[in-house]
Ligand binder design. Structure first.
Ligand code: ATP
Ligand code: MG
Length: 351
């Protein structure tokens, strides 16, 4: 392997270890981090179908209808079997698609997926209409990179079979690129570029249908099973069994809320995280929320309180912020009202 490629492998591995072992789970809190290697919990990934198979969208969410697979199996059942070249993984908002991609990159850095000499984690929203090499330089390499664009280009085309591209967030692509069949992301998905590289593409469900024709395999991330949810909670509370047992009992008693598609809301890792964060501060409250709406309301109050504290905005000392009663400091009222209006209008549109 040329020295410049050896440098690239080392650089990518070190970047993935450093960048991806850190989760900032609450975007508004830039002092709260979790270590991916401490809290990562298996996500249920189900195989939906192969190319050519008619994918039935109705009843799609019933988890038992699809065979669940391990992370390894998405690349084919064995190391020697031919790898699917375009693998699409869909999932609802915050179900863990980006975390899954980060974990793939992290695992590659750790020496798993040895069949790939290079793995590139790329956020699709930053893949403009530049070549993939330009994008790799923009997203992953330093200004004083020890490899030239020409060398990388040359290595990629000579080694397509052993290159893994992780394309996270197809749904976040710019609208003009999405509609342009000749855009770089579309040409990659359609195998007009880098046809022999393995490309893992993640997306929220609404962007997936049009791409299925080009994909060799199709998976869906379902989030946590009840058992994995408990494992996550245990990790979050550093194995504090007493706290976990209390919370698990509370969840089992209160949170068996099913949405219209009969998906359990608490299979969503972000919701589970919200529950843990809230529980940390309020486990002795008599009014621990028993509905998802109440929980979201409490979380929003928690975010607003933190914002006001940081920005030295006075909060009613007795009642704090109470959204249901309209008790919000004047300085943030317009922002809260605008948020409420957006939420209301979006909900109306979706009905
Ligand atoms: N496997 C996991 N183990 C532990 N925590 C997870 C896992 N997956 C997701 N999370 C938590 O859920 C949060 C949301 O996950 P993530 O950002 O990966 O969702 P997403 O599906 O990419 O969402 P979006 O559709 O908005 O892009 C993460 O910040 C992390 O805290
Ligand atoms: Mg994401």
């Amino acid at each position: 392997m040329p020295a410049s490629i050896k440098w690239l492998v080392k650089h990518l591995k070190e970047s993935y270890w450093k960048l991806f072992d850190k989760l900032q789970p609450l975007p508004w809190n830039d002092t709260f981090f979790l270590k991916l290697s401490d809290v990562y919990t298996k996500l249920e990934v189900a195989e939906v179908g192969n190319r050519g198979e008619k994918v039935k969208r109705q009843g799609f969410s019933k988890q038992s209808e699809h065979r669940t697979v391990s992370e390894r199996e998405i690349f084919g059942s064995s190391e020697s079997a031919p790898t699917p070249k375009r693998i699409i993984i869909e999932g609802a908002p915050a179900v863990g698609k980006s975390t899954f991609c980060r974990k793939l990159a992290y695992d590659w850095a750790d020496g798993n997926f040895g069949r790939y000499k290079l793995a590139f984690f790329l956020e699709v929203r930053h893949v403009q209409n530049k070549s993939i090499v330009e994008t790799i330089f923009d997203q992953l390499l330093p200004d004083d990179s020890k490899i030239s664009k020409e060398k990388l280009e040359e290595f990629l085309s000579a080694n397509e079979d052993s290159i893994l591209l992780i394309f996270d967030g197809l749904d976040e692509i710019d609208n003009t690129l999405k509609e342009d069949a000749k855009s770089v992301p579309n040409r990659i998905i359609q195998k007009k570029l880098l046809s022999n590289c393995t490309v893992v593409i993640t997306s929220r469900p609404h962007e997936v249908d049009g791409q299925l024709i080009y994909c060799d395999s199709h998976f869906k991330i379902n989030g946590f099973t009840a058992e994995d949810r408990e494992k996550y909670i245990l990790k979050y509370f550093n194995d504090n069994v007493e706290s976990v047992e209390k919370l698990t009992k509370c969840l089992n008693d209160c949170y068996i809320f099913l949405d219209d598609d009969e998906e359990i809301i608490l299979s969503n890792p972000l919701n589970v995280l919200y529950v843990c964060v809230f529980w940390e501060d309020h486990q002795n409250d008599e009014c621990f929320p028993t509905k998802m709406t109440d929980l979201y309301e409490k979380i929003l109050e928690f975010i607003l309180t933190r914002y006001c504290t940081i920005n030295k905005i006075d909060i009613d000392p007795e009642n704090g912020i109470d959204l249901a009663k309209g008790k919000v400091p004047g300085e943030i009222k317009t922002a809260v009202d605008t948020l409420a209006e957006i939420a209301y209008n979006t909900m109306k549109e979706e009905l």
